[in-house]
Design a protein around this ligand. Structure first.
Ligand SMILES: Cc1cc2nc3c(=O)[nH]c(=O)nc-3n(C[C@H](O)[C@H](O)[C@H](O)COP(=O)(O)OP(=O)(O)OC[C@H]3O[C@@H](n4cnc5c(N)ncnc54)[C@H](O)[C@@H]3O)c2cc1C
Length: 557
């Protein structure tokens, strides 16, 4: 078996030397580690940062703390899943006090810890060419993994079957949240076609290896866990040989997208088929202007393994000027953004690593400094056309709403997966990513048009079954999101897995999301960690507040 490994020990040395296992912080000077990459979505001030240097240190840290949350690089837009339960979060949500997730809350101090995966050193990427798999440490950045794979070995190179346009998260964070691109063939990073196993530190500090063969049900739970089951330390992913991919981009009217979505719904409902026109297709939808960038990909046969083509050409990275604070309205910003995005989606033939759209480093820097929140909603294929037609009506009725959008919406398509909390556990879905810049541009004042669109997605019956991305914004106030309603098929199965792996709720979230109050998990979970629905075993989240705000259910934006 041919294997090769790489270490990032040099890169990490400075971090390790500068950091101790614990660093205390106050809310006023929250560092990036306790907030997201734009220094918002901060954890409460009684949360500590754990910086383990080795897996053994991580195990000790997890074992000793009362509440723990794993962190990658803070590339998410919520505190619910990013921060551990803490004394302060409990105080801020008194309605949830009786909720089972707070039963082990010891009240602040070093009880609540965010553990950083990226301080563990050295980091490893181990390629198994015989079995076409890669075992990678959770703290490795997806960008580093893809670049390493693409140049692997004698230059023949490998890549991941499908990946997201954003690749600056850790691979552990990507898997934890079901991060995805647009693939009706391979699904998200967490799908059974891509994710073959995970290694995790459990609440008692032990390490466990989960695979579909050894732990079928726990592996289904671990596919998308949002940090609720333990700390992922390694993931095993499927590889495909690096290949040529043709990317085609066409400027179209938005009607092209609506027609494709409606036809996709019809084909799914009437013939049970996935529309080939939606596979590996992305629409960047300039809502303000009623137009789309229609981007499609075709995998070509040539791979580097058959020596039929040259090695990866050096990437030309387009520079992106900073728009500065003067472009304050929707049209101006989109005029600025159009060429920047066009440069990364234009028609070309290149290696998969470069052809599938990924954010360039200059674009990342632009994203980092221009404040915004990112939201993503998925809707089932069975209703996606109805949902989008209703949205178009809403935008037509109220033209001002379209001015709430600065950047294009990104519309993608993902196949069904067997992860219990994969958004596509019940069938393929359309995902729409939307971004709110206006909230920050106008001085942290609610962007009402944007919120109306979120309310539409989350409450209109044409979008029934809509779901939120585990790593993005839009999560309702504590006690106002009901897992048993959102994931009716699998919520309590996940509860059974959580009870088995984390019996004392050490990995509880800070937003009362993971709740099974009244579900009687102790008696209703089978030895295989499946919930046995029946008399006395009604799956419910419980603990729901009676005074929740109207859809979309959040008051922080
Ligand atoms: C600019 C931008 C663009 C994005 N584009 C996309 C996109 O195209 N597609 C998409 O699907 N998503 C996208 N995302 C979302 C992003 O992929 C996820 O939020 C991802 O989880 C962030 O990874 P992170 O390593 O920074 O994790 P963090 O933000 O640190 O953590 C996110 C969640 O994962 C959990 N977690 C992290 N690491 C571990 C671990 N080792 N073990 C257990 N739990 C863990 C945390 O507890 C938390 O709940 C984008 C994000 C940004 C900032």
């Amino acid at each position: 078996m041919k294997m090769k490994k790489m270490t990032f020990s040099m890169m990490m040395m400075m971090v390790v030397l500068l950091s101790s296992s614990f660093a205390e912080v106050s809310l006023a000077t929250v560092p990036r580690d306790l907030s997201n990459f734009q220094n918002v979505w901060q954890c409460p001030s009684d949360v500590y940062i754990g910086r383990p240097r080795t897996i053994e240190q991580l195990q000790t840290l997890v074992k000793q703390a009362k509440h723990v949350r794993a962190n990658g690089l803070g590339h998410s837009w919520n505190t619910q899943h990013f921060c551990p339960a803490s004394a302060q979060s409990a105080a801020a949500a008194p309605e949830a006090e009786a909720n089972t997730i707070f039963t082990s809350n010891g009240g602040g101090g070093k009880d609540s810890v965010n553990v950083q995966l990226r301080t563990i050193s050295p980091k490893q990427i181990i390629v198994d060419e015989e079995n076409l798999t890669v075992l990678v440490d959770a703290g490795v950045k997806t960008r580093d993994l893809l670049n390493y794979l693409s140049e692997f070995g004698d230059g023949s190179g490998y890549t991941l079957p499908a990946f997201s346009w954003f690749i600056d998260q850790t691979i552990g964070g990507a898997v934890a949240t079901g991060t995805h691109g647009s693939s009706l063939e391979y699904g998200s990073f967490s799908s059974e076609k891509q994710l073959l196993g995970v290694e995790m530190v459990l609440a008692n500090g032990t390490l466990v290896n989960l695979t579909p063969d050894t732990h079928p049900q726990l592996m289904r739970a671990a596919r998308v866990s949002a940090g609720r089951l333990g700390v992922i330390t390694k993931v095993k992913l499927r590889l495909v040989p690096e290949m040529r991919v043709r990317r085609e981009m066409n400027d179209r009217l938005q009607s092209v997208m609506f027609n494709a979505i409606n036809e996709g719904q019809r084909l799914w409902n009437e013939e049970g088929k996935l529309s080939p026109a939606l596979n590996e297709t992305q629409f960047l939808w300039w809502i303000q202007q009623g137009r789309v960038f229609h981007v499609q990909f075709e995998r070509l046969e040539a791979t580097r393994q058959d020596r039929s083509k040259a090695e990866r050409a050096p990437m030309v990275i387009p520079q992106v000027p900073n728009p500065g604070p003067l472009i304050l309205q929707s049209q101006g910003f989109s005029t600025f953004l159009d060429p920047a995005i066009r440069s990364v989606v234009s028609t070309s033939v290149a290696e998969a690593r470069d052809s599938f759209i990924t954010m360039t480093e200059p674009l990342y820097e632009m994203h980092r400094v221009n404040m915004y929140d990112q939201y993503e909603i998925s809707v089932p294929f069975s209703t996606m056309g109805n949902c989008f037609n209703g949205l178009r009506d809403l935008l037509r009725r109220n033209i001002a709403i379209s001015q709430s959008f600065f950047s294009p919406a990104l519309v993608r398509f993902v196949s069904q997966e067997d992860g219990l909390l994969s958004q596509t556990e019940d069938g393929p879905r359309l995902y729409i990513n939307i971004e709110d810049y206006l909230f920050y541009v106008q001085g942290r004042i609610i962007n009402t048009g944007f919120k109306q669109v979120m309310a539409y997605f989350r409450s209109d019956e044409r979008c029934a079954g809509s779901r939120l991305h585990w790593g993005k914004a839009g999560w309702p106030d504590a006690g106002c999101w009901d897992g048993a309603e959102e994931y009716p098929n699998t919520w309590c199965d996940f509860g059974c897995a959580a009870m088995a792996l984390d019996p004392k709720n050490k990995f509880a979230d800070s937003g009362a999301v993971f709740s099974w109050q009244g579900s009687n998990l102790e008696s209703c979970c089978s030895a295989e960690h499946k919930y046995q629905h029946g008399p006395g075993c009604q799956c419910q989240a419980g603990g729901r507040r009676s005074d929740c705000p109207a859809a979309p259910g959040y008051t922080n934006r």
